[in-house]
Design a protein around this ligand. Structure first.
Ligand SMILES: Cc1ncc(COP(=O)(O)O)c(C=O)c1O
Length: 408
């Protein structure tokens, strides 16, 4: 399927120009159809029981894990479904065995979801080191080389900034982590939806991303982990092989673990997915992955590069407009942040909607430390593009920004 041919699958009213995909993407019709099919035709719980509907639903639910795993080259690890990136990162923060004096390295560029869970670890005596990027929002790996010491337990960084769209050198950082024995977590919320991401190439230990930013339903996210090193965030139905309660121990109670712990956790993703999961969401996410694979992630990336190149090239020439991050399209994706002198970013976003039905995000983008670091008290306006955006829409955005910038 060609990118141009897929526009009809997105049923948002045609007069709207959606450029807020870094927050959440639009969803194509086949993804909705796959979820409806589950709800209407084979709705049942998963991993529980033997009747025909539960068997079909269980199979599709497991298949969804396999489809997502192979999309990121993660077949050898464990692919856990979560509600979003935030839950995935919190699962890692809560699940590692932190000791006072452990060190964690992260950066000032992180989304709050990849910062607050780590800051909270200070209560456990963990030392949090926060690195600063180079002037264009890209890290020199030397900064990590110096900061990642032998007592560093984890390094956590976004693959792509949700404000500047800059792509970080994760493969090189992974090498440093491996050498020093630190775990490496990549927040892939803004990378996995937009270009091919392969865990084998990247060499991370944890990859977190959101289904709803990659054509999937809201309430879906992924935590991939290399090994089952985490204690689960929640336990309960679906996560155990055996449960033993003192006084009702049967002769058949098999493992010592079961007797001392009270329960024996099961293996694989089920260990981390307590309770009835978002079954239709998982099925929809798998369909979204198939949709992206059908288009080809290289093609998705090229399309966005074409749009972002035009946007960047035109924006930098408009009086009163400041564009943030590198002006060169290399090492960045279709996330473009800008401001217009003397107009509040929220007002710009409002005017873009009012005048041209162009929908963009404004404010701090859940990155207050980065905004402070950049000296942008009111934040920025952010246009974030995806496969369903067109060059005509980019031209409309540019024309409308020109109009607004002339007001001041
Ligand atoms: C880089 C990054 N990390 C984490 C998140 C949080 O994602 P979610 O709200 O799906 O948990 C976002 C959302 O915008 C993001 O851009």
């Amino acid at each position: 399927m060609n990118i141009e041919d897929c526009l009809a699958d997105f049923r948002i009213p045609q007069y709207l120009h959606y450029m807020d995909s870094a927050a959440t993407s639009l969803i194509p019709e086949p993804v909705i159809a796959s979820m409806n099919e589950y709800d209407l035709q084979y709705r049942a719980n998963v991993g529980r029981g033997m009747h025909r509907l539960t068997r079909v639903a269980t199979q599709r639910y497991q298949d969804a894990h396999d489809i997502v795993s192979s999309f990121i080259g993660g077949d050898e690890g464990i692919t856990v479904f979560t509600r979003n990136t935030t839950e995935a990162i919190n699962t890692v923060a809560a699940g590692l065995d932190w000791q006072p004096g452990d060190r964690l390295v992260t950066t000032v560029m992180e989304h709050h979801s990849n910062l607050l869970p780590w800051l909270r670890l200070r209560q456990k005596g963990v030392e949090i080191v926060i690195l600063q990027p180079g002037p264009e929002g890209i890290f020199d790996t030397e900064v990590f080389n110096e900061a990642v010491t032998a007592d560093t337990k984890l390094v956590a960084i976004s693959h792509v900034s949700n404000v500047l769209g800059t792509v970080q050198p994760v493969r090189e950082i992974a090498g440093i982590c491996k050498e020093r024995g630190a775990y490496f977590l990549v927040d892939g919320a803004q990378s996995v939806p937009h270009f091919p991401v392969n865990i084998q190439d990247m060499g991370c230990d944890f990859l977190c991303f959101s289904g709803h930013k990659m054509l999937g339903p809201t309430g879906t996210g992924v935590l991939w982990m290399r090994d089952a090193v985490l204690s689960p965030l929640m336990v309960g139905g679906g996560t155990v092989d055996d449960v033993v309660i003192e006084g009702v121990i049967t002769e058949n109670a098999d493992t010592e673990d079961a007797i001392t712990e009270g329960y024996t956790l099961t293996e694989g993703y089920k260990r981390y997915e307590a309770g009835t999961p978002h079954i239709s969401g998982a099925i929809g996410l798998a369909q979204a992955v198939k949709y992206l694979e059908n288009l080809g992630m290289d093609a998705v990336f090229r399309h966005e590069q074409k749009l972002a190149s035009r946007l960047l090239a035109e924006l930098v020439g408009i009086d009163n407009v400041t564009v943030y991050g590198p002006q060169d399209i290399k090492n960045r994706i279709g996330v473009v942040s800008f401001t217009i002198d003397r107009i509040h970013p929220h007002e710009i976003a409002y005017l873009l909607d009012e005048r041209a039905a162009v929908l963009v995000r404004s404010g701090d983008h859940c990155c207050i430390p980065l905004m402070k670091y950049m000296g942008l008290e009111n934040g920025t306006v952010r246009a974030s593009l995806y496969l369903y955006n067109t060059l005509e829409e980019i031209d409309l955005l540019i024309e409308t920004i020109e109009e607004i910038a002339r007001i001041v």
